[in-house]
Design a binder for this molecule. Structure first.
Ligand code: NAD
Ligand code: 0WE
Length: 256
């Protein structure tokens, strides 16, 4: 018997095999969860479909989270196929590339709107559709944040502001859904080389900096994030909600 036998989950945010969402999916699948997947656009469908099929997924649907109709369609599929839902993984962030360089001071109104819509509002929109399917099932919802929400990380800019809003959203959602027995948490990993990290100037130096300064003296892996997701999604995390759980080798606790 796996830790998640009989549980149904949906994973938002797999782009390829390096995605944090994929490492989480593998950890949840290994413990017996049945998973649905979404992909953002045709280009990514080619990558996501084979991965999802590899874990026997019956639901593989397009979902651009800026479109309410996409979100609605996905949850209709989940209702028809699963009948209910236990786990939601939200592993989505986006800002225009030119907002992730230079000064936060120069963030455009439209750049701000897009970052907040994709990276923050989408969590509430997804949770609003998921909650009725999770009723009476001790559901668990997780999202992904980053340390740039609380301390200034050069160039993270509007994404840092978005992650601060995401973490606050987690607390409000935890209070909204706590009475229904649904938990909402966020995992805050250290830097990991994924598609979202590729092409970010100085990312290698950031990995090196964390490996030098963190208590564990190394970087973390997506698999380690997967293991923490498993704890939060299983009965092992039954008393935990509204939290930011760091998987960063302890980097965030160090002052100097
Ligand atoms: P990734 O590129 O594999 O995942 C990001 C996902 O966001 C992609 O699957 C992409 O399709 C999706 N996405 C973007 N816009 C979307 C939209 N409009 N609709 C639906 N999906 C959309 O990269 P990742 O590093 O695995 O990122 C996953 C999460 O982890 C993000 O929230 C990111 O902020 C967070 N995170 C990443 C790191 C890191 O260093 N890689 C560290 C801490 C937190
Ligand atoms: O959350 C993230 C990255 C999110 C992200 C990445 C991209 C790259 C491609 C959001 N939008 C885009 N838009 C694109 O066009 N991380 C935690 C990884 C990350 O990104 C950084 C970091 C770290 C760490 C950007 C600047 C500084 C540090």
């Amino acid at each position: 018997m796996g830790l998640l036998s009989g549980k149904k989950g949906i994973i938002f945010g797999v782009a390829n095999e390096r995605s944090i969402a994929w490492a989480i999916a593998e950890a949840l699948h290994r413990e017996g969860a049945e998973l649905a997947f979404t992909f953002a656009g045709e280009v990514l469908e080619k990558r996501v479909r084979p991965l999802a099929q590899g874990v026997g997924s019956k639901i593989i649907e397009p979902c651009d989270v800026t479109r309410d109709s996409d979100i609605e369609n996905v949850f209709n599929k989940v209702r028809e196929t699963f009948g209910g839902l236990d786990i939601v993984v939200h592993s989505i962030a986006f800002a225009n590339r030119d907002e992730l360089k230079g000064e936060y001071l120069n963030t455009s109104r439209e750049g701000f709107r897009i970052a907040m819509d994709v990276s923050v509002y989408s969590l509430a929109a997804i949770v609003r559709h998921a909650a009725p399917l999770m009723e009476g099932r001790a559901g668990s919802i997780i999202t992904l944040s980053y340390y740039g929400s609380e301390k200034v990380v050069p160039n993270y800019n509007v994404m840092g502001v978005a992650k601060a809003a995401l973490e606050a959203s987690v607390r409000y959602l935890a209070v909204d859904l706590g009475p229904k027995g649904i938990r909402v948490n966020t995992i805050s990993p250290g830097p990991i080389k994924t598609l979202a990290a590729s092409g970010i100037g100085g990312f290698r130096e950031m990995l090196q900096h964390v490996a030098e300064k963190s208590p564990l003296k190394r970087n973390v892996t997506a698999e380690e994030v997967g293991k923490t997701a498993l704890y939060l999604c299983s009965d092992l995390g039954s008393g935990v909600t509204g939290e930011v759980i760091y998987v960063d080798g302890g980097y965030n606790i160090v002052g100097m």
